[in-house]
Ligand binder design. Structure first.
Ligand code: G3I
Length: 357
């Protein structure tokens, strides 16, 4: 029988360490943390992480994923850089493998991502393709891909990152030039809905908490697309957190997002202490760690405060620190996720548990 959340929270292992500058935070990577009890048993919503084909034969990744996760997002295999070849050829085999692993192990699958400004331009070349061919292949790709997993997916990121970097308007891209700025998004959601009526269809974006203007532009876009008839079923906030943002900014965005009444997916959470392009930070590790834990705790509290029907899932982008794209790409070495390499609790894990309590 699954331990109750109250039992779990009472467990001594989950005592939230004092956030004073104690020894525990004295190194960039925290001292080995306590055992991390299963997140899927602690959170009042699905807990997700990412998976890629090359992780599917790693015993330690499988064990940790099945221990903590109730949902999986393919990190790479469902993007056009992997699925779409020259002449509009498709290769969905890697995606099939990740979806199959999740299905065989009782995990929900969240599809990521169908239409993204950063992918597909080599084949969907708006400069050379006749508009009718472009539109026909657009519809065919979405209906074929989403339809392939009909009934198997909890949801899809149908359109990813449509808002301009600074939040001033929307991104110009091959999709918008060929099908119209709102048009490509409405069309993508309509095609996805027709292909899988039961999947929750998300508009997904990053920096919504970090840049208030971008968050506001995104929410206005969601409202406008809904009025245009786009069957948007959920809001995805990637939550690649900038831990330096002022306290309260995350809470404000989550409150504003919740006012649309749609399910919300914290879809790609990570929280490096050192962000790319920033001047070296001269504060103590303990101070940075306390900042990181405070922001993660604020996000978890804001999300857990949502009505249950609006808590779609709480997903980290990678399960353990070593699974993070930030670590893989050398962008971070300071525990950007909830679990360390051995699957033990990082300080941020305790903040999430405390937020649930
Ligand atoms: O695994 C192949 C390898 O076999 C091949 O030799 C190599 C050749 O380039 O590519 C490897 O695949 C890489 C893949 O990550 C797996 O590691 C791709 O090149 C690389 O482009 C891909 O990067 C992913 C990136 O999105 C672009 O798709 C990252 O893993 C992934 O973490 C990142 O995730 C994005 C979200 O989708 C959207 N939000 C931001 C987030 C972080 O950038």
């Amino acid at each position: 029988m699954k331990p109750s959340r109250r039992d779990l929270l009472a467990a001594p292992l989950l005592a939230v360490p004092a956030l004073s500058a104690c020894d525990r935070f004295a190194s960039a990577a925290p001292a080995q943390g306590p055992e991390a009890l299963p997140l899927k048993d602690i959170l009042p919503c699905p807990f997700g992480a990412t998976g890629m084909t090359w992780q599917l034969d790693q015993a330690d990744w499988i064990a940790q994923t099945l221990k903590h996760c109730s949902q999986l997002t393919p990190e790479w295999e469902q993007k056009m850089e992997r699925t779409l070849g020259p002449g509009f050829t498709y290769d969905f085999e890697p995606s099939d493998r990740v979806v199959g692993f999740a299905r065989d192990n009782g995990l929900r699958v969240h599809g990521h991502t169908v239409i993204w400004y950063s992918q597909g331009a080599e084949v969907f070349d708006d400069a050379t393709l006749p508009r009718d061919r472009f539109a026909a292949e657009y519809d065919r790709y979405i209906s074929t891909f989403v339809g392939r997993y009909k009934g198997q997916m909890a949801g899809w990121d149908v359109v990813n990152e449509p808002v301009a970097e600074d939040g001033e308007g929307l991104r110009d891209c091959h999709w918008s030039r060929a099908l119209g700025m709102d048009g490509y998004m409405v069309r993508a959601f309509e095609q996805a809905k027709a292909a899988d009526p039961d999947a929750v269809l998300f508009l997904n974006e990053y920096n919504l908490e970090n840049i208030p203007k971008k968050g506001a532009t995104f929410l206005k876009l969601v409202e406008r697309l809904l009025k245009l008839g786009a069957p948007i079923g959920g809001i995805g906030t990637q939550s690649h957190l900038d831990i330096e943002i002022p306290a309260g900014q995350i809470t404000t965005f989550m409150r504003d997002a919740a006012s649309l009444g749609l399910p919300i997916h914290v879809s790609e959470l990570d929280f490096p202490m050192q962000r790319e392009g920033r001047m070296p930070d001269l504060r103590s590790v303990a101070d940075k760690r306390a900042q990181q834990v405070a922001r993660v705790g604020e996000l978890a509290e804001a999300f857990m405060a949502l009505p249950e029907r609006q808590r779609y899932a709480f997903t980290t982008w990678g399960l353990r620190d070593i699974d993070s794209w930030l670590v893989r790409e050398g962008k971070s070495s300071d525990s950007p996720l909830l679990l360390d390499a051995e699957g033990r609790a990082n300080p941020a894990y305790q903040a999430v548990v405390a937020a649930v309590g």
